[in-house]
Design a protein around this ligand. Structure first.
Ligand SMILES: [Fe+2]
Ligand SMILES: [Fe+2]
Length: 256
């Protein structure tokens, strides 16, 4: 069952827990004249996310469906949403639209940039492209300018069944989660590039008050400080070489 909570005015966090992997998947719904859903959820999660949206508004009223980067939890169930929300239009960054979404979904995405805003009524969203952060050439974040809410996608990823919103820094949890990922089969989930710190500093200058996080608790407070702290955590955990070229048993025996 989804857990629905209002984390900022008219912004609902629809959370679905996957206990098998100890991970929350959070989808963000904006209740406004032109309702927006950010993250469609995985295809197998569609019934739960639809149930969560239905508790806030009629899903047929959705006008905008958006995401950060092309990945199943971000936009996998877009086709299912389009069948129940006939007036909805997908919206994403230029790279995402050109490289994947327009072709894969056979649709025409509205292309979002930092130069214009997507206005839903009372609320105003601006899209900032953040290539390879958290991952993917097409990645970006959305920023709602009236309430200063940042829709962060996978940034600040925290494992566990955590509270919907917290005013305590989540950086310890993020460090713990990224460190655990680096030691397992999902290592290098978030690349560290020469642009990582620059992008996070750019996002910090927006001074968000709320960080709406896809996996883990939403953070309410000094978002600039938290983003600058994330830059430090990422540098600490992710900037060291970690890649091991896979060993192939067959190749070794062939060389003998
Ligand atoms: Fe992702
Ligand atoms: Fe994700």
């Amino acid at each position: 069952m989804p857990h629905v909570s209002e984390i900022a005015p008219d912004l609902y966090r629809i959370s679905v827990l996957y206990p098998e992997i100890n991970l929350q998947f959070n989808h963000f719904l904006v209740k406004d004249d032109e309702p927006l859903l950010f993250h469609t959820g995985l295809r197998r999660m569609f019934p739960e996310v639809r149930e969560g949206v239905s508790r806030v508004l009629d899903p047929a009223r959705l006008r905008w469906i958006s995401w950060s980067h092309f990945e199943s939890d971000e936009c996998g169930s877009l086709p299912e949403w389009m069948t129940i929300a006939p007036h909805a239009q997908p919206a994403c960054g230029m790279v995402g639209a050109l490289v994947s979404a327009n072709d894969f979904f056979q649709c025409q995405c509205r292309v979002l940039t930092a130069q214009d805003t997507l206005i839903t009524g009372k609320y105003r969203f601006r899209y900032y492209n953040t290539p390879q952060l958290p991952h993917g050439w097409d990645a970006g974040v959305m920023f709602e300018e009236t309430q200063r809410t940042m829709l962060c996608s996978d940034l600040f990823h925290q494992d566990g069944n955590v509270e919907p919103i917290t005013e305590r820094s989540v950086l310890d949890r993020v460090q713990e989660t990224l460190t655990a990922y680096q030691a397992g089969p999902l290592a290098n989930y978030v690349p560290y590039t020469p642009n990582t710190g620059r992008i996070l500093e750019g996002l910090a200058t927006l001074q968000p008050k709320t960080l709406a996080i896809m996996h883990g608790s939403t953070f309410s407070g000094d978002g600039a400080k938290e983003l600058r702290g994330l830059a430090g955590v990422m540098q600490d955990v992710l900037s060291k070489p970690s890649y091991q070229f896979p060993k192939c048993a067959d190749a070794e025996s062939a060389a003998d």
